[in-house]
Design a protein around this ligand. Structure first.
Ligand code: HSE
Length: 403
């Protein structure tokens, strides 16, 4: 018998219990042994819940129970979750998590602790919700030198941008709708400012290069400045706008990693990733492009990813289940301001001559009756663009990087 403990009985935690117990025949068959949840750790009680008898408030009873070999940390945060994870790994219990904040911050260290204690630290659910992406990077794509990852990694912002495009609505109005439907948190900052996406691309980038990519050093821009006018102009150019995380190996051996809204051609692979879905496009030097698509958030898709890790651990009790190369050594990140790209501008018609003179050779996008126009610059360094944009000041109403 394999016994599992679940730390945190929130949305994902209750989903993990549901997947293990409701899909027990499947889960036990794949694990090679019957599997059940023995403890659920939470500060609260859950009277009337079908699993209320499993609820405990005492972490030590889990830590000291030799029957528990696998622990799911689905509490979130980087304080208690970190202490409990360390304690479990040091006791030789594998830990499976959806906690991207903790993985991004302490992934390298926790993987090493697990390796030294013949167990595993697994985090399939931390990126892309139910999409298998960590396991493919660690297993299927191992012969590749991954050259680039471009991804939509946040369901909330992708839902908001999709609705803005489809309904011609503005950001604030769409955010309120998303909150009413339960897609966006009451405090949506981590999603809309791009921090959630940033942590996820830091995790993918660390696996891509095998060294630690510090999420705090990744340039991150959210979606709060995108307007209905940006979408109208993008549509006229047969393009759309997405919050894209990019990680790109440069020829000088550094990694260019950033999160930013991007305007991209309608036929680009990520352009068709809509609503709460996520998409990850990976370019390998031998394989070429491969794309992963699916539900990037939600109780059962995320829980299913956690349980896929639990099953892997059950198959490898007493040893590390998957080779995961993520050293503590820090990866050097490229300076975004030195890199080149095309920029899309939205500006008042009254500033048209000035904008065209400042960025000669670009392409105008004009809409009948509109007070603003769109403009694609030629390809230039970010720092050259910024120097010109500062002079133009608020004549530029928005700028979006072109994919
Ligand atoms: N807030 C996240 C999202 C949840 O919207 O994608 C999944 O990590």
């Amino acid at each position: 018998m394999i016994y599992v403990a679940v730390l945190g009985y929130g949305t994902v935690g209750s989903g993990v219990v549901e997947v293990i117990e409701n899909n027990n025949a499947e889960v036990s068959l794949k694990a090679g042994e019957e599997m059940h949840v023995k403890y659920i750790l939470d500060l609260r009680d859950f009277p009337g819940d079908p699993y209320e008898q499993l609820v405990t408030h005492d972490f030590d009873s889990i830590l000291n129970d030799p029957e528990v070999s696998i622990v799911c940390e689905v509490m979130g945060g980087v304080g208690t979750a970190y202490q409990y994870t360390r304690a479990c790994l040091e006791a030789g219990k594998s830990v499976c998590t959806s906690n991207k904040e903790l993985v991004a911050k302490h992934g390298a260290e926790l993987i090493e602790i697990a390796r030294n204690h013949n167990c595993s630290y697994m985090f399939e659910a931390s990126v892309g919700g139910g999409i298998p992406i960590i396991r493919p990077l660690n297993k299927a794509l191992t012969p590749e030198r991954i050259e680039k990852i471009s991804a939509i990694l946040n369901g909330t912002t992708n839902y908001i941008l999709t609705k803005m495009e489809q309904e011609g609505a503005d950001y604030e109005e769409t955010l309120k709708q998303a909150q009413a439907l339960g897609y966006a948190e009451r405090n949506p900052e981590a999603d809309v400012e791009g921090h959630d996406t940033c942590r996820k691309i830091a995790i993918l980038s660390s696996l891509m290069v095998g060294k630690n990519v510090d999420s705090e050093k990744i340039y991150t821009e959210g979606i709060t400045k995108i307007t209905a006018a940006d979408f109208a102009l993008a549509k006229a150019a047969d393009m759309t706008i997405k919050l894209v995380a990019t990680s790109n190996y440069l020829e000088n051996g550094t990694l260019l990693a950033y999160v930013s809204p991007m305007i991209l051609a309608k036929e680009a692979p990520l352009a068709s990733v809509n609503d709460v879905f996520n998409g990850v496009l990976i370019t390998g030097n031998m394989l070429g492009d491969v794309m992963f698509y699916g539900r990037g958030a939600g109780k059962l898709p995320t829980a299913s990813a956690v349980v896929s890790d639990v099953i892997d651990c059950a198959r490898h009790v007493g040893r590390t289940s998957i080779v995961c190369i993520w050293d503590k050594e820090e990866m050097q990140l490229a300076d975004l301001s030195e890199t080149e790209k095309v920029f899309f501008l939205r500006a008042a018609l009254s500033a048209k001559d000035e904008i065209v003179n400042a960025f000669p050779g670009g392409k105008l996008i004009e809409l009948e009756g509109a007070e603003e126009f769109g403009y694609f610059t030629t390809c230039m360094k970010e720092k050259e663009f910024d120097a010109k944009a500062i002079v133009l000041g608020d004549k530029i109403h928005n700028r979006i990087r072109v994919a």
